[in-house]
Write a protein that binds this ligand. Structure first.
Ligand code: DC
Length: 232
């Protein structure tokens, strides 16, 4: 079967990565979490002191970009990809609130976007990629055969995220999460470079009232239709 590329974009904490991972596993495709790459650069800034208390020293961070190596390394045992920052697995650290509070600012920096978008485009060249993010269908893989744009009620998203972080053992308040989601949505949608917008040919998936199983069934249905149309 001919491989396609699938772009999953949308608002923060909509379950993009859950869905993208499931699709990739079913199809045997490569899953790329582009947000993890922006988070890894943000973590580097926090570790080196160019980001303190959510404040980003943009010029300092830019000078550090040549020394930042971010890769997503696939682990066949867990069937997951882990973000590796300069040789270190930072999967847990990149999901801290400290990173969440600065990552939208970091993702507004032109040089950061250029570095990561180039990497992401290269990964998608060989097809068979499911990538989630904010600008995948519009900028990174505008030729993706399937583009999903995910959304859900903000309070529902905050509740889901709260449960997820609580289960991971991260101590964080519900209101902090809600405010973080709202401010990231606002910044991501209003930024000048590659803002979060729905690609014209994207299909909207509002999962406010859907279970993960229902949304997966919806997405797989779309993929099956697409593939059978292409083979007809
Ligand atoms: O998907 P996420 O919540 O882990 O993404 C973290 C941040 O990274 C998000 O608030 C905006 C930025 N981002 C981006 O600008 N472009 C992408 N393709 C993915 C994420």
């Amino acid at each position: 079967m001919r491989k396609i590329n699938i772009a999953v974009d949308g608002y923060s904490s909509c379950g993009k990565s859950t869905l993208a991972k499931q699709i990739a596993e079913i199809l045997g495709y490569l899953y790329i979490d582009s947000g993890a790459m922006y988070r890894a650069i943000t973590l580097h800034g926090i570790k080196t002191g160019s980001i303190i208390g959510g404040k980003v020293d943009v010029e300092e961070l830019k000078t550090q970009l040549t020394e930042v190596h971010v890769v997503l390394q696939y682990d066949p045992d867990s069937k997951r990809s882990y973000p590796i920052l300069n040789g270190e697995n930072v999967d847990k650290e990149i999901h801290s609130m400290e990173v969440a509070n600065a990552v939208s600012k970091v993702s507004e920096i032109k040089e950061v976007r250029e570095k990561l978008v180039n990497l992401q485009k290269k990964t998608a060249e060989s097809k068979g990629v499911v990538m989630d993010g904010r600008d995948i269908g519009t900028v990174v893989i505008p030729s993706a055969e399937l583009k999903l744009f995910m959304t859900a009620d903000t309070n529902v998203r905050a509740e889901r995220r709260y449960e997820e972080l609580k289960n991971r053992g991260t101590k964080v308040g519900y209101l902090d999460i809600l405010n973080n989601i709202k401010s990231r949505d606002e910044r991501d949608s209003k930024r000048e470079l590659s803002p979060l917008v729905q690609a014209e040919d994207a299909i909207i998936l509002d999962n406010t009232h859907l279970t993960p199983e229902e949304q997966l069934t919806f997405a797989i249905g779309l993929i099956n239709n697409l593939v059978s149309e292409q083979e007809a």
